[in-house]
Design a protein around this ligand. Sequence first.
Ligand code: ADP
Ligand code: MG
Ligand code: MG
Length: 211
Amino acid sequence: MALDVAWAVDWARESARTVVEHRDELVELDRQIGDGDHGENLKRGFTAVVGKLDALGEPPATVGDVLKLVATTLMSTVGGAAGPLYGTAYLRAAKATGVAALDAAGVVALVEAALDGVVARGKATTGEKTMVDAWSPAAEAAAAAAAEGDDPVAVLTAAARAAAAGAQSTVPLVATKGRASYLGERSAGHLDPGARSTQLLLEAAVVAAGG
Ligand code: ADP
Ligand code: MG
Ligand code: MG
């Protein structure tokens, strides 16, 4: 299946569906090491994304246009840390995609740009128990899969699998960035909500691709 503008729209809609489905789980994860709003923040943001897509007279022209709509909507509707972080990720991803459907290198560029956006905004590196621990292995796995000659959907699938493993890897970590860092050692033993939501969003991209 082509990773074209129709896929990007489906990705946005599937993201909203999965964020709503996992709203309570994300709230509970954030209750344990944060302020308990991550699921509600993302539900509000992606519900607004779907509202904007529904209200468009004409569908977006390119993958980049869809990602830009997601970025600007998340920035204006999601408060806290995650809004600017995901907003910057999607904005950088939008700029990294051309007008054509994504090839394998295009998928790598999208995920790497999203990671760059999160890092530019939040200044976290891997091992600090943040969404970087999901985005970073996702970008690495995507690049490795593309180098092996995998097709675009397989590259995306590799990224999502690595994000899932990366999210799980946050459990034993002590948070040193974001609200969870206020807990110090007591943040260990919990899954980072932003790493978990990053996994869900990349899995949504695979679902939208029919994977
Ligand atoms: P807030 O903490 O402001 O309530 P959210 O609950 O929506 O915001 O998002 C929390 C998530 O944001 C964390 O689980 C973590 O993954 C991510 N996060 C927080 N600070 C940073 C940072 N500096 N860099 C990367 N990710 C971060
Ligand atoms: Mg929170
Ligand atoms: Mg908050």
